[in-house]
Ligand binder design. Structure first.
Ligand code: FES
Length: 98
């Protein structure tokens, strides 16, 4: 993933799986549930395709904005609610839960 990049991933599970967003800022990788706190929609406009404006991720549904490095809600209809983070770490070049 390039610095400043945003990727989508589908995580399989016994209950049907869920979608996540991965962001990279420098050496830091963050992961968030791909679910907007405004109306529960996915943030991507097509699977894995995200709107990015500078250091902000923009929800494709109604335009809420979130900080790429923290997931904090910055603007739009979410009234400051942020994305739900998932703990991850990089091990031998792979992003893994933890
Ligand atoms: S669902 Fe994201 S801004 Fe409405």
């Amino acid at each position: 993933m390039p610095d400043g990049g945003v990727l989508g991933a589908e995580i399989p599970s016994s209950t049907g799986g869920f979608a996540v967003i991965l962001t990279r800022r420098g050496d830091r990788i963050m992961a968030f549930h791909n679910e907007c706190p405004h109306a529960g929609r996915r943030l991507d406009w097509a699977p894995g395709k995200f709107l990015v404006e500078g250091a902000m991720l923009v929800c494709a549904a109604h335009g809420a904005t979130f900080a790429l490095d923290t997931g904090a809600g910055v603007g739009g209809p979410c009234r400051g609610a942020g994305l739900k983070a998932i703990a991850v770490q990089v091990v031998d070049g792979d992003v893994v839960a933890g």
